[in-house]
Design a protein around this ligand. Sequence first.
Ligand SMILES: [Zn+2]
Length: 351
Amino acid sequence: MQFLDDSLHPENQDKVVITVAPYGPEWMPADFPEDIPVTMEEQVQKAVDCYEAGATVLHLHVREPDGSGSKRLSKFNELIAGVREAVPDMIIQVGGSISFAPEGDGEAAKWLSDDTRHMLAELTPKPDQVTVAINTVQMNIMEVMERQCIEGTSLAGPAYYAAYSEMTVPAGPAWVEEHLKRLQAANIQPHFQLTGLHSLETLERLVRRGVYRGPLNLTWVGIGGGFDGPNPINAMEFVRRAPDGACVTLESLMRNVLPINMMAMAMGLHPRCGIEDTIVDQSGRRMTSVAQIRQLVRIAEELGREVANGREAREIYRIGVQYKDAEETLRMNGMAPNRAPGQKNVPLRAA
Ligand SMILES: [Zn+2]
């Protein structure tokens, strides 16, 4: 992305699209009972509360009535229908892992099978987005977690600690290609959750080959443990390498969330918050998803950036838009065109 002399001035930046991830699939309800919704009604209400506080993108996972993470698509359908009815303009973004919670103590934490995740393209009603990871990597969410911030939670128990340390993201080339094909056929927008430059580069190759033909909504996920760590230089390098026309969100973990979000908002990018990312504030005290949204709204105001409403967020994300081929996708995302046969040097973008 290029930054001009006036790029940090709020009037030249998009309105802020706040993503919230308020369902916290890695936690058990007892870890934060005040803010972990369990019944379907509570889960719908949580979306409403987040929307009213200023979040326009809902990163969605679902719980069963017993509080465990649901692996049933019927429960996703139920929650999506409830949220759609209650807050129709909110962008519904389904977490592509479905659920990564272990079945019980001592079980591995893992993403659901390739085939099950493909079924996200068949959800009814249709979500606006499904998150897509690119390239199989370790997802050790414990590596940069501070012990004192998870004390007394389920994650501090040895079995869960081990299960979440060993987790991997299965996102190999054949699966990614097939998944993108199915999501595009269903007109569900992929939201790319990228773990570092290697996955951004793979995504660019997919665009250049015409495998993915749509807007680039990218989240840099700086959580360590196989992903980029929460080092601002990693984030800046990702931003530098992201196409000019991409819409970039920065995401991190626990007490890194607020500083990384502030960098994102200052630079004209977008933040993500909610208890899936952190259950604590900078002093280590519990902080609800709604309180985190309100904090971002306050900071946006100080920066002079307006917060997008649901309809504006849909325009910024270009929800529902697809392109006809690789060349149009490259052009619309501000990327250099593919090399024509015999063309020397870098193919220039048309003015
Ligand atoms: Zn998630």
